[in-house]
Design a protein around this ligand. Structure first.
Ligand code: ADP
Ligand code: ZN
Ligand code: ZN
Length: 813
């Protein structure tokens, strides 16, 4: 008898054995997918790990439905890497598998499909089965795979569904994600009717409007100087959009759209023509030298030192060796700026991959990589790009390596991109470059201790000094009545001056909404979310109180719910209030806000960045979204409205984060020729972190934080493992968490902390408790994890705790 060992995309720890025929056995290989039955009715896509002839002892092996691939779609290095993630982060291999594969490659009986618009007028030859599915979808907007099985009267339907996806006639529905629609660029071209010279000169003779002629002539002028297609905006920047519209309506011009990051770029710049500054050149060479004997190097380069250009040189070197490059960024929204900078040099060698792309696009990148095609030499992606089937990876770049979003929190696998990248790189014998102006304490520690190479770049590319930082003591300013709303007179003067010079301003307030809380002056009552353990946030524009954890919202009350007093006042302030105050103070300035509330829409983030870059916006008010690697050349002033609320977060990383955030936001100023200025408003001008930010003293911050970490046993001196327990029943949760705490304490020879109620101890009606263990580096990690796993297994067998959910977060952030 012949068997295969497979992993299913489920949260079960073990692998499963299925039976195959002798012919199938001869054909299958590790990394191919098979459709298998599971339970009574379910069908899943499973991944083959190996084949063997040992019949399972505990159950009767079922037969597979079908082999889905003719060649492996997952490489052995991927499987090894996923196994490492599963072990290190203590989650099932099935969960890693599920997270790694685009869902179009992971069809299961519950997967929902729907028809694409193009299906109706498809010219494709369809088989009977394909036809039946499409016909069913023309009556119903969507179907589950299991419905397809009953329509076709067969079990093995995944292959035909897969073919329809490939033909782009149907798509897989992703219910959880709002589909990300990258920005579309409008291009124009002259209609083919006017391709000949005679037709064109006839046209110019018959055209009446002078502006219309001007547009046509300008179009030809652009065409002769640039090889790229001509964007409509290039014309409407200088000539009226309405005239262009008329020409389109007259069929003289045609419009067409291309997705911004899929624009077929013919690279316009040659890397050989990219000249590095002396400092950049030195850093670039040092990185090369370090790579001789280190696998990873930290490039600690101040903001606007030109790290990206160094990356470009290194990418080029890697391509010359015909190897692939993975470029990881913390935030999907940041890809737009980067993609255009990289495609300018590498054209179509660049592909973008992230979880908000459509399934088809993700599968396309996956397949390109498998085939080692030219389209996939450079992959830009957020953390999930780590799971792609690289063939010959030469370099992984992790830009803004300090960003917390590199650590996945939910769902499992809760992996850290940087650490998982190190493991991946060692399988390919590739190099890792970490880049940041404000490295995480852990990374800097590894660099100083020699585990990573360290290369420092301490001047800006433009040679412009870092911005001058001025502190405003809020206590003093309020006392001397030098405040207008939340603005000190110094900050207002600076804003007026910058705007007067036609320069742009960024204002940073790490809180959205109008004011965090509404407080009753009479009794002190603050309205709370009924589902979560937080106060509601006041949003003036919608006149609402809203919960930022669960979305609960009510109209702003007119009297206190407790004492009925009408004396309600707002306390604290958010981005919305800053925006409104500013609009009153500077009625002629164009002020925009960038936070989670204004960037929910599809392209809103890109649009804001684009408009700010084009200088259509004078002042951008925003939350930490502003702090992330954006490059604008006309910002001369950055204002930090209140530096204090970041500092007092109940988290051992709060000081480090505050330093990073303030330094990064400050780094948006003065990136051009002129030195920028930063005004920090604070009640604690003498606080060490504020001092370190204003003196640009990274090393001072690092040393002090490291000392604290050592004293209080935090990373990099200890590994943290956090257990989060959740339940709707408060008493049961309390009991369960004490049980877990006690058993962990009895069996582990290390400190166990908790069970604690976190700062926000209830979210969406579920109570939360956490337990923390600190593993010293000397600890036998594997042994400890085995013990923990055993304890969790016995926890699961206790019937009254069945409803208590536990999440484990290894190296939690
Ligand atoms: P960082 O990522 O270190 O904050 P950037 O890579 O964004 O800095 O560089 C800052 C600015 O300087 C960018 O506008 C970039 O185009 C420009 N720049 C940096 N290096 C060069 C170079 N060698 N040649 C031309 N422009 C450069
Ligand atoms: Zn009251
Ligand atoms: Zn809530």
């Amino acid at each position: 008898m012949f068997f295969i060992e497979v992993v299913l995309p489920l949260a079960v720890a073990k692998t499963f054995t299925y039976q195959v025929s002798q012919a199938e056995y001869a054909f299958v290989q590790q990394g191919m997918r098979v459709a298998v039955p599971f339970g009574k009715t379910k069908i899943y896509t499973a991944l083959i790990l190996n084949k063997h002839q040992q019949e399972p002892l505990l159950y009767q092996a079922k037969e597979i439905h079908q082999i889905l691939d003719t060649a492996p779609v997952v490489t052995s290095i991927q499987i090894q890497h996923w196994q490492w993630i599963s072990e290190y982060y203590m989650c099932s291999l099935g969960k890693v598998f599920k997270c790694a594969l685009p869902s179009a490659l992971l069809l299961e009986s519950e997967t929902i499909i729907y028809s694409n618009q193009s299906a109706e007028n498809s010219q494709d030859q369809l088989t009977d089965d394909e036809f039946l599915i499409l016909e069913a979808l023309s009556f119903q907007t969507q179907l589950k795979i299991e419905d397809v099985a009953s329509i076709l009267h067969k079990k093995n339907v995944l292959p035909v569904v897969q073919i329809l996806i490939q033909k782009q006639l149907i798509s897989v529905k992703e219910e959880l994600q709002e589909l990300f629609k990258p920005k579309l660029i409008k291009y124009i071209k002259l209609h083919d009717n006017y391709a000949t010279e005679t037709a064109l000169s006839e046209l110019l003779d018959t055209l009446k409007g002078a502006k219309q002629k001007e547009i046509i002539l300008y179009y030809f002028q652009l065409k002769s100087t640039q090889k790229k297609p001509i964007a409509a905006s290039q014309i409407t920047h200088v000539l009226p959009a309405s005239t262009l519209k008329t020409l389109v309506e007259k069929n003289i011009f045609e419009e067409y759209y291309v997705q911004e990051d899929r624009v077929s770029f013919t690279s316009s710049n040659n890397v050989n023509n990219l000249l590095l500054s002396t400092a950049q050149q030195k850093a670039y060479e040092e990185i090369g030298n370090n790579f001789q004997n280190k696998n990873a190097v930290l490039l600690h380069g101040i903001t606007a030192s030109g790290k990206t250009e160094i990356y470009i040189k290194l990418i080029n070197d890697c391509l010359l060796q015909n190897k692939q490059v993975l470029f990881l960024v913390p935030e999907i929204a940041l890809t737009t700026q980067l993609v255009s900078r990289l495609t300018a040099y590498f054209g179509n060698l660049v592909s973008v991959f992230h979880s908000k792309y459509s399934n088809n696009e993700r599968v396309e990148v996956w397949n390109n990589l498998l085939a080692n095609s030219d389209k996939s030499k450079i992959i830009i992606g957020a953390r999930s790009a780590l799971f792609l089937p690289f063939q010959d990876l030469g370099l992984i770049i992790i830009d803004e390596e300090h960003e917390p979003s590199f650590k996945q929190t939910d769902p499992a696998p809760r992996y850290h991109t940087r650490d998982a990248a190190m493991v991946l790189a060692s399988s390919y014998k590739s190099k890792v470059l970490l880049g940041s102006a404000t490295p995480s304490i852990e990374t800097y520690y590894n660099a100083l201790s020699g585990k990573y190479g360290l290369v420092t770049l301490s001047e800006r590319y433009s040679k412009t000094p870092l911005p001058e930082i001025v502190l405003v003591d809020l206590k003093d300013a309020y006392f001397r009545k030098k405040m207008t709303g939340h603005f000190s007179s110094l900050l207002l003067d600076e804003i007026a001056q910058s705007l007067g010079l036609g320069e742009q301003v960024i204002l940073f307030q790490n809180r959205r909404g109008f004011a965090p809380v509404l407080e009753c002056i009479t009794c002190g009552h603050v309205p709370q979310c009924p589902n979560c353990d937080v106060s509601l946030t006041y949003h003036k524009f919608k006149n609402q109180l809203r919960c930022h954890y669960c979305g609960y919202a009510i109209a702003k009350p007119t009297n206190c719910h407790v004492c009925a007093s009408v004396d309600l006042s707002t306390k604290g302030f958010g981005t919305e209030q800053i925006e409104l105050e500013l609009a009153e103070l500077f009625p002629n300035a164009n002020i925009k806000r960038m936070d989670q509330d204004t960037t929910r829409g599809k392209n809103s983030f890109e649009n804001l960045i684009h408009a700010f870059k084009n200088r259509e916006i004078d002042v951008l008010v925003g939350t930490q979204m502003l702090a992330k690697g954006l490059d604008f050349d006309n910002v001369s002033l950055v204002g930090i409205m209140n530096a204090d609320n970041m500092l007092y977060y109940p988290d051992f990383r709060a000081f480090e984060r505050s330093y990073q955030m303030m330094t990064q936001v400050s780094g948006r100023a003065g990136r051009g020729e002129k030195q920028g200025k930063v005004v920090i408003q604070t009640y604690n001008p003498l606080h060490n972190i504020i001092q370190q930010v204003s003196n640009q003293d990274y090393l001072g911050m690092y040393k002090e934080q490291l000392y604290e970490r050592q004293i209080f046993k935090y990373p990099p001196y200890c590994r943290l493992v956090k257990f989060t327990l959740k339940n709707r029943d408060y008493e049961k949760l309390k009991e369960a968490s004490f049980w877990l705490y006690n058993v962990l304490k009895q069996h582990l020879d290390i400190p166990v902390l908790g069970p604690e109620e976190p700062a926000v101890s209830k979210i969406r009606n579920e109570y939360i408790r956490t337990i923390l263990i600190k593993l010293p580096y000397s600890n036998q990690l594997i042994v400890t994890k085995k013990t923990i796993q055993k304890i969790l297994n016995s926890f699961e067998t206790i019937s009254q705790y069945k409803s208590v959910k536990i999440a484990i977060n290894v190296d939690f952030y």
